[in-house]
Ligand binder design. Structure first.
Ligand SMILES: Nc1ncnc2c1ncn2[C@@H]1O[C@H](COP(=O)(O)OP(=O)(O)O)[C@@H](O)[C@H]1O
Ligand SMILES: [Mg+2]
Length: 218
């Protein structure tokens, strides 16, 4: 495999570290070697979470390391099946570096216009400087459960050159509690919530596989 996946957004609290932990856990559970490079050295969300997870002895253990420098972080990448770059908000420079290094860039967004517009704007700003639109994807995170609102959000995203990933993760206190306990959002106490998160993770995996297949044909 050997994928590099970047989680980026201009906004803080959008769901970057949520997606990083979700994706890392789903792959690690299936026996892939995976590591999160925690590039948000102000928050170190994933780093602290991995310590909580290790302390609670939750399997599989997830490797996370904070890096102040993306070059240092990338030096480790070839050793893993999947290497996840968890970015910091409000940093156009770092976001671009992550996008350049990644096989797939995932931008979390809620379903409101307030969230969708800046997410699409960020994607445009990356495409403008040469990032292939094909490797930019949106993940609907922290949404409502309203079908009509989700459909409208999806329709908005589908007008763009980027991918709207299948699935969504609604706001739920159970997801927040899972994180507090060192768990990923597929490890809550509620099967339906876990299945929602699994679907989004699977859609990231499927999209990566499709991108790789396209690259091999080309
Ligand atoms: N679907 C959700 N429901 C409730 N809380 C969530 C959900 N997704 C994420 N959170 C919480 O929102 C906060 C911000 O998410 P996070 O992924 O850390 O954002 P970012 O890394 O983009 O700053 C965290 O406390 C996280 O646990
Ligand atoms: Mg974060």
């Amino acid at each position: 495999m050997g994928y590099i996946i970047g989680m980026v957004s201009q906004k803080g609290g959008a769901g970057k570290s949520t997606l990083a932990r979700l994706f890392a856990r789903e792959l690690a559970k299936d026996g892939f070697s995976v590591k999160i490079a925690d590039l948000d050295t102000q928050q170190t969300t994933c780093t602290d979470w991995a310590a909580d997870r290790a302390e609670a002895q939750i399997e599989p253990e997830i490797q996370v390391q904070p890096f102040g420098n993306i070059k240092t972080a990338l030096a480790e990448a070839p050793r893993f099946d999947a290497y996840i770059l968890d970015g910091r908000p409000h940093s156009s420079q770092q976001t671009l570096e992550i996008a350049k290094a990644s096989d797939l860039v995932v931008i979390p967004t809620g379903q409101t216009k307030d969230d969708l517009r800046p997410a699409v704007k960020l994607a445009h700003s990356l495409a403008d400087v040469g990032i292939s639109p094909g490797k930019i994807a949106f993940a609907l995170v922290k949404t409502t459960n309203s079908d009509s609102e989700l459909q409208a959000a999806r329709a908005y995203l589908e007008q763009t050159d980027y991918t709207a990933l299948e699935g969504f993760v609604p706001v739920s206190t159970a997801y927040g509690s899972a994180h507090d306990a060192g768990k990923a959002i597929t490890e809550t106490s509620y099967r339906t919530l876990n299945e929602k998160a699994e679907r989004l993770a699977q859609s990231i995996i499927d999209h990566l596989a499709a991108l790789t297949a396209a690259k091999e044909i080309a």
